[in-house]
Ligand binder design. Structure first.
Ligand code: ADP
Ligand code: MG
Length: 289
């Protein structure tokens, strides 16, 4: 009977860490034609590591790291983790900061020793008029290598640049190949800039949309198709985009995955499991017809 096949599909998925919240989700998953991936933590490991610290305007690496790690102490973003860890390993103490707040989709700002300080994207810094053409060029060259670059600012001037690399997941290329076999198109969505996104997407062989604010990710999902769109995200920051998709999938390791915000979850933290979930759903619905 119909319910028996669906129940067996759901339970065999659950045994493999492919959680789907009921029969309607398995039915929608069987019809998926497009998969949108949030870049960070799904196609990449989600653990950026500092690769370059570039002084500007006569500063030193130590100046840059003391301010940056002070500001980032108030942020839980993966880039903040990368910067505070790097400063600590370099033996640089963070300057005391207060009142840290996110500049949504662009960075974080705080007060450091009575002065406004921030760590934010080069685009934000040039809009603010504190990154000159030479600094912009240095940032662009590192972005073309697939690195994410941030500008460190305090008291009226840019102190320097910090570049970070977030490695592509080892199984990302294989995952995209398996989706292609299923006739499913992939697209990468990111708040990162176009240069960095192009370098990473080019390496993976996937289309991309970059420079997206959180609400732009919702519009991007809508623009792909009305139906048959799966979104893969971390389940915490991506809740609106996960909700907009026909099937929103949270990907992570273990039981801390935020299944409340998603229709489905991949618990074993393997991007190839996206194709496995679609294959399982198609096989389950095929048994019914
Ligand atoms: P995504 O989740 O797609 O990577 P985000 O919206 O989290 O995008 O971030 C977009 C961009 O905003 C980052 O690439 C970076 O330039 C900047 N940014 C966000 N948060 C921070 C932070 N805490 N420190 C420095 N830069 C940040
Ligand atoms: Mg994010």
């Amino acid at each position: 009977s119909v319910p028996a096949s669906i129940a067996s599909g759901l339970s065999s998925g659950a045994r493999r860490g492919l959680l789907m919240k009921g029969g309607a989700v398995i039915e929608a998953t069987a019809k998926i034609a497009n998969v949108a991936f949030d870049k960070t933590g799904t196609l990449t490991a989600g653990r950026p590591v500092v690769t370059n610290v570039v002084p500007l305007n006569g500063t030193t690496e130590a100046d840059i790291l003391a301010v940056a790690s002070g500001v980032e102490a108030g942020s839980s973003h993966p880039l903040a983790e990368a910067i505070t860890t790097y400063a600590q390993e370099a033996g640089i103490a963070p300057l005391a900061s207060s009142g840290a707040r996110a500049i949504v989709g662009k960075g974080v700002e705080a007060t450091v020793g009575d002065a406004l300080a921030w760590v934010a994207s080069p685009g934000f810094a040039s809009d603010a008029g504190v990154l000159d053409d030479a600094g912009t060029d240095v940032a662009a060259r590192m972005e073309d290598e697939g690195k994410t670059v941030v500008v460190v600012y305090r008291e009226g001037r840019a102190l320097g640049l910090i570049a970070m690399r977030d490695e592509a997941r080892a199984d990302a290329v294989e995952a995209l190949r398996q989706l292609k076999v299923l006739g499913v198109d992939g697209v990468m969505l990111t708040g990162d800039n176009t240069r960095t996104a192009a370098a990473i997407a080019g390496h993976l062989g996937i289309d991309f949309k970059a420079d997206l604010m959180p609400e732009d990710k919702v519009a991007a999902i809508r623009s792909i198709a009305r139906e048959g769109v799966m979104m893969i995200g971390d389940g915490i920051n991506d809740a609106p985009a996960l909700a907009q998709a026909s099937v929103g999938v949270a990907m992570g390791s273990g039981t801390d995955v935020a299944l409340e915000t998603a229709d489905a979850a991949i618990l074993r933290n393997r991007v190839t499991d996206v194709a496995a979930m679609i294959r399982l759903a198609r096989a389950t619905m095929g048994n019914i017809r």
